[in-house]
Design a protein around this ligand. Structure first.
Ligand SMILES: N[C@@H](CCC(=O)N[C@@H](CS)C(=O)NCC(=O)O)C(=O)O
Length: 209
């Protein structure tokens, strides 16, 4: 019987989308049940989203969730078997989660989301303070692709899923759109990745085509 994946998370969420894309890649049917972070109905011990139900398991943490889905339902097709290539993928996922996401999310993406969806005043001070570090991070990614392809070589894998989702939120802000456009290698990779079926199938409602 085909597994059905139940994803409890906010609808516009980097990490919810990472799990949705992985489901799409694995051909798994999935449903996202809107569940705010830190809400009483959210079962993550630290209030984060998403939480996932599949195969009678309750899973948290996107690295663990995506690897389980890919291993159990997709023959591990999104993870290189070669140990060196695997180390490269794991390195980029760790950098996306530990450094890039916090920098982008707090410094740029969240101020715009709060402004656009709750009507809160745009936190321009926060954005101004964060932009130099965000620009440096984007330039670093661009240079890494230019140097040796970084995470973009060797086929589409989980590093592409994480990096795309973390960067897409940035690209949907005015400053992020300009910043990414100034990085030719990163822009080209975003544009190609955006055409992939799993990415197109999981667009946020608010995302322009
Ligand atoms: N380490 C978690 C991070 C998940 C995460 O940060 N999710 C965001 C939404 S995209 C969230 O829950 N934000 C609310 C908060 O940090 O308080 C994972 O990999 O699943």
């Amino acid at each position: 019987m085909t597994a059905k994946v139940r994803i409890f998370g906010t609808v516009i969420s980097t990490y919810t989308r990472i799990v949705e894309i992985t489901c799409q890649e694995a051909g798994l049917s999935h449903e996202t049940i809107p569940t705010p972070a830190h809400s009483p109905q959210n079962r993550h011990p630290f209030g984060k989203v998403p939480v996932v139900e599949v195969d009678r398991l309750e899973l948290i943490e996107s690295v663990s969730i995506t690897q389980y889905l890919d291993n159990a339902h997709n023959s591990g097709a999104l993870q290189p078997r070669d140990p060196a290539a695997r180390a490269v993928m794991d390195r980029w996922i760790a950098m996306a989660n530990n450094y890039l996401f916090p920098l982008f999310e707090h410094g740029l993406v969240m101020p715009w989301i709060m402004h656009r969806f709750t009507g809160a005043e745009l936190d321009r001070d926060m954005i101004e303070r964060s932009l130099p570090n965000i620009s440096r991070a984007l330039a670093f990614l661009d240079a890494e692709i230019a140097k040796d392809g970084a995470w973009t070589t060797g086929g589409f894998d989980l590093a592409d899923v994480f990096l795309y989702c973390v960067l897409r939120g940035v690209q949907l802000t005015p400053q992020g759109e300009v910043g990414i456009a100034q990085c030719p290698h990163l822009s080209a990779w975003m544009a190609v990745t955006q055409q992939r079926d799993s990415i197109r199938a999981t667009c946020w409602e608010t995302e322009p085509e």
